[in-house]
Design a protein around this ligand. Sequence first.
Ligand code: DGL
Length: 255
Amino acid sequence: MKIGIFDSGIGGVTVLHQALKQLPNEDYIYYADTQNVPYGEKPKEEVKRYIFEAVDFIARQGVKAVVIACNTATSVAVEDLRAKYAFPVLGIEPAVKPAVQASEAMGKRVLVLATSLTLKEKKFHDLVDRIDSHAIVDKLPLPNLVQFAERYQFQEDDVIRYLEDQLTPFDLKQYGTVVLGCTHFPFFKAAIRKLFPDDVVLMDGSVGTVKHLKRVLEASGQTGDGTGQVTFYTSGVKVEDGVLLSQYHRLLEML
Ligand code: DGL
């Protein structure tokens, strides 16, 4: 059986990329809810409805696990999804813990970049409360990056201007680590890196999430004998269009 990877849009491709690297002998369904992206600026209940529609669809295709490759969807729905489905549901969340450890060792601060909904949710506040004992974590919502990514704009002047604008109130020298707490953001690594001091470390949760998936599959004896084949869906429709398929493959190559 396949593994489902789900995001509101193209962001989850950053997790798919890791999955293909760490678990090449699996086959995947990649589901982007392009009709409803962005999730991060919408009311929680509306987003939850979209997530359940998407995961219901993925479940009907027959999967052995689903990865919620969207920090926003994880923060609003992962517990409810786990209660509903019999297969394991894994969620990505901002890599705050390794970032705090690394920044503490450098005597520096952490900046978490994510969607507004992720940063507002209890799950995120609980995570920070548990880990940030020295109050070194700052946060910044960057909703427009999701929109830029969905238009495949990663390095354009508008992107750089937006980032510079949003980062103006922050003293960038004080940060040792920057958490990319939205799966759309690793596509902007080059642009973000340029704005911070050279030694800044950018962290995202994709490696850890896929490691966890690997452990779950191994523990239940469910590792696959696939070939890394990916079937793409956008909001319940199988992607057959060659142009869109090659765009997804180009995104995978960008990472
Ligand atoms: N990629 C998603 C995340 O990791 C959210 C993007 C959106 O706002 O839909 O949070």
